[in-house]
Write a protein that binds this ligand. Structure first.
Ligand SMILES: [Zn+2]
Length: 326
């Protein structure tokens, strides 16, 4: 990930506003005649574990390659037209890196589209680990990477009854998490994160690509996760943020989706907003009690499947399915 650019913004004003809107929405809820499929958290968990079982999915490694084939096959199995976009980027140390963005399109011809995305690569360095001897080891990325992809594969499995006039693009971005490590002392560019999404946003797989809005999932599987409203998401796409948080709260997931502003995160939604001008939000776990802004196992050797909680996958996945089908 993901630099926390400025940790604590926020403000009670926003939470008050959020509450008013929430009550209003509940009172004025329109009649929903569409049958929303049930998100199966067991299935999502299997999709997360399967990725972790490949090992760390660091770009240009055999585990990364094997996982690419798996993700491609799964999207195809659930009926998507799949494109693997090949690109390249420059790492913090000046070396070049291959990029493989995996794009699964449902109802490819529909002009009314929603973009759902997550990163599928994992960080090559556990540079936040308390044990300094492990800081150059790659992480397993059960939550940071695999959780978002797992939720979206389960969403994909539930897109069989999508109305024909609605298109969904599920994109798994590569090379999100290869940003400059804490221990690196050399000079580097300012932007070393999010290389796959930046490449796609500047070179979309279809020229003139448009979507009504986008939702990025990042670290959406940990037990008792809290999703605050991320700063850039509010800045670029406040109505989508409010829609998602209201939907989650109507579904009873208010313990996860907290209608207060969190920090500002450098993540894959930023290039999408900046270069493609598609309003895109980030659902990402933020921990107000941690010095980094993230959970304790973020970018450590502890980001393994033991931290994945099916209840959290269910809350996020169910909210996404309701956003898609409502
Ligand atoms: Zn990360």
């Amino acid at each position: 990930m993901k630099r926390l650019i400025f940790p604590l913004l926020l403000i009670s004003l926003i939470s008050c506003k959020g509450t008013d809107k929430r009550q209003k929405t509940v009172n004025e809820k329109p009649v929903n005649t569409v049958q929303v499929p049930v998100f199966n958290a067991d299935s999502a968990y299997v999709f997360v574990k399967k990725q972790v079982d490949f090992g760390s999915r660091v770009p240009q490694t055999p585990a990364h390659k094997a996982c690419l084939e798996y993700l491609k096959q799964m999207l195809e199995k659930y009926g998507a037209d799949v494109t693997v976009q090949n690109g390249s980027g420059q790492l913090y140390d000046g070396k070049s890196v291959e990029i493989k963005n995996i794009i699964g399109s449902f109802n490819s011809e529909a002009t009314n589209r929603i973009l759902l995305c997550s990163h599928w690569d994992t960080r090559p360095f556990a540079d936040q680990d308390k044990d300094y001897s492990k800081r150059e080891n790659p992480i397993l990325g059960a939550n940071d990477g695999a959780s978002g992809v797992g939720v979206l594969l389960e969403v994909a499995r539930n897109l069989q009854k999508l109305p024909q006039n609605l298109g969904i693009d599920i994109i798994f971005f590569d090379v999100e998490d290869y940003g400059v490590p804490e221990f690196y002392m050399g000079n580097h560019d300012a932007d070393t994160w999010c290389l796959g999404s930046t490449y796609w946003a500047k070179n979309p797989h279809k020229s003139g690509y448009k979507a009504n809005y986008g939702i990025l999932l990042d670290m959406v599987g940990a037990s008792a996760a809290t999703f605050y409203q991320e700063y850039y998401s509010l800045d670029y796409a406040r109505n989508i943020v409010e829609n998602v948080w209201n939907t989650a709260q109507e579904l009873g997931f208010e313990a996860y989706f907290i209608a207060r502003q969190g920090g500002a995160i450098m993540d894959d939604h930023l290039p999408i907003n900046r270069f493609l001008k598609i309003p895109c939000i980030d659902i990402i776990q933020l921990d107000k009690n941690s010095s980094t802004g993230f959970a304790q196992y973020w970018h450590t050797m502890d980001d393994n499947v033991n931290n994945i909680d099916k209840n959290t996958l269910y809350a996020v996945g169910t909210t996404i399915l309701h956003m898609v089908y409502k």
